[in-house]
Design a protein around this ligand. Structure first.
Ligand code: ADP
Ligand code: MG
Length: 482
């Protein structure tokens, strides 16, 4: 008996000694690191903590130019990246550098070029050269229907889409075995098609023999109709059943198409039973798709459902910066901020605004100033007064219930505060499609489960309480007129 009790103890000792040896090794090595190795070590740690797309976006073509005394100078490819690294990752970078070399007391960023191949230890990243995107011809693959333009590397991640992005990434690494089906939903122009196709492209990149097929639902419907007409249904069935990853975009268009739904139901079951991956998108959750057969709905709900919300201000700026970088145009900060404030709910429109401004730039050989930009974008942009922001919602709720904003974000459990807080959470979700973690953070660092609970509670009560419904419309009026 005694032997058994001692055994784990001994193992623990050995593990402890090994970890001490590791630490000594790291300590010894770091004293001998070249500046390239130092930066490699920083990147390796950063990569563990952020998404692949963000890593590729912000750390490609960065490196260390010099390390003298207690100052490390990091070079970055352009002023966008400089600002972003300083503000968003500055602290983390400093901490890691300092942990690797205690003498480091200061990190500076400088825009410059380098010959260093700093990403050699991160072979998974392959961002197309910045600037090439616009000029590169993107050919849609005939077999898969995938557009190579849509990748994870150029898919920007923020609080509004991090869950669907992570789920998509996981599926691409292990199709058929993690989330099946993966169901992504969200409004127009928010990246559903981009994400779905990125998964397809990533699967093929990892194993080229996998059969991936992407298609919009309307195309599936058209296929069913024409095979029925030409009596080729068997061929049609066989074709879809040989697929490893089937991606069906915009399934809300299956609504009311009974024959197509039936066909898809059988294809779905066939693929599912063989552990083949199914990925779906829609502009709404399965239960809100009208005229969808119950059995198909329950299939859609059987895997992972993740929604893409509206991007927050910071992410909108990041998207604009990255995309102007791709177009090789350095728009003044105030213009990008103006676009980010004015276009809140559609990434395609953010791109559209940039395209307009870059067309102007090409014709006139200079970037427009703010006034010109405003008039160029006039019909794209709503009047800012009508736009809702998280701040406006929180203020309006606080005002309405005669509270201070700081009461809402406090940790008070008093009934007269909890209730308005729940309503604020409900409005942030319902009107801005903010993610639950974001809502929790906005209301003073509450857990996302609190936000989920609040949204559910208020929605449920609204089904029966007319008083609450009136209350909420009054608050909404205040929001739009604030
Ligand atoms: P949806 O299918 O939801 O209507 P799309 O996937 O077609 O939206 O996206 C619209 C445009 O916005 C596309 O050009 C896409 O590349 C771009 N886009 C959307 N989300 C992102 C993102 N997270 N990062 C970079 N580009 C994005
Ligand atoms: Mg789409």
């Amino acid at each position: 008996m005694r032997g058994f009790t001692v055994y784990p103890h001994v193992i623990n000792r050995i593990l402890f000694l090994i970890s001490i040896l590791d630490l000594l090794d790291i300590w010894y090595n770091k004293k001998n690191m070249t500046k390239e190795e130092l930066w490699q070590a920083v990147l390796a740690q950063i990569q563990l903590g952020i998404s692949q797309a963000n890593f590729a976006t912000w750390f490609k073509n960065t490196g260390v130019v010099s390390q003298e005394g207690n100052q490390v100078v990091v070079f970055v490819p352009n002023s966008f990246t400089k600002e972003w690294l300083e503000n968003k990752y500055g602290k983390t970078i400093f901490k890691i550098l300092h942990s690797l070399d205690e003498e480091v007391k200061e990190v500076k960023y400088t825009v410059g070029k380098t010959e260093l191949k700093i990403l050699k230890k991160a072979p998974t990243i392959s961002l197309p050269e910045i600037g090439q995107l616009e000029f590169q011809e993107f050919k849609i693959d005939k077999e898969t229907n995938l557009n190579p333009r849509y990748t994870f590397e150029n898919f920007i991640v923020g609080p509004f889409n991090e869950l669907p992005q992570a789920a998509g990434w996981a599926v691409s690494k292990n199709p058929g075995f993690v989330y099946n089906p993966l169901f992504i939903y969200g409004g127009v122009g928010l990246g559903k098609t981009h994400l779905l196709q990125a998964v397809g492209n990533e699967v093929i990149k990892n194993s080229s023999q996998k059969k991936v097929k992407y298609l919009p639902s309307e195309k599936f419907t058209a296929g069913v109709v024409s095979s029925i007409r030409s009596h080729e249904m068997e061929d049609f069935k066989a074709k879809y059943r040989a697929i490893d990853v089937l991606i069906l975009d915009d399934v809300q268009f299956l609504a009311g198409k009974e024959k197509t739904q039936e066909e898809f139901f059988h294809t779905f079951n066939h693929l599912y039973e063989k552990n083949k991956q199914i990925i779906l998108s829609s502009d709404r959750p399965p239960k809100a798709i009208p005229a969808l057969s119950e059995r198909l709905r329950s299939r859609f709900e059987g895997g992972m459902i993740a929604d893409i919300g509206y991007p927050d201000y910071e992410t909108r700026v990041a998207i604009l910066k990255t995309k102007s970088q791709e177009r090789k145009i350095d728009f003044p900060e105030e213009i990008l901020n103006y676009i980010a404030v004015s276009i809140q709910r559609n990434i395609r429109e953010l791109e559209g605004a940039l395209n307009r401004l870059s067309a102007y730039q090409k014709l006139n050989n200079q970037a427009p100033n703010l006034e010109t930009a405003k008039s160029l974008l006039k019909n794209l942009i709503l009047s800012p007064a009508k736009l809702t922001t998280p701040k406006k919602i929180i203020q309006a709720v606080a005002d309405f219930y005669d509270l201070k904003e700081r009461d809402l974000i406090s940790s008070s459990r008093k009934k007269e505060i909890v209730r308005p807080r729940q309503i604020a959470m409900y409005l942030l979700r319902e009107d801005l499609k903010n993610s639950y973690p974001f809502i929790g953070r906005k209301l003073g660092g509450k857990d996302h489960t609190t936000a989920i609970h609040s949204y559910g509670k208020v929605s449920k009560e609204l089904e029966t309480s007319e008083a609450l419904s009136d209350e909420i419309s009054l608050i909404r009026q205040r929001i739009v007129s604030s």
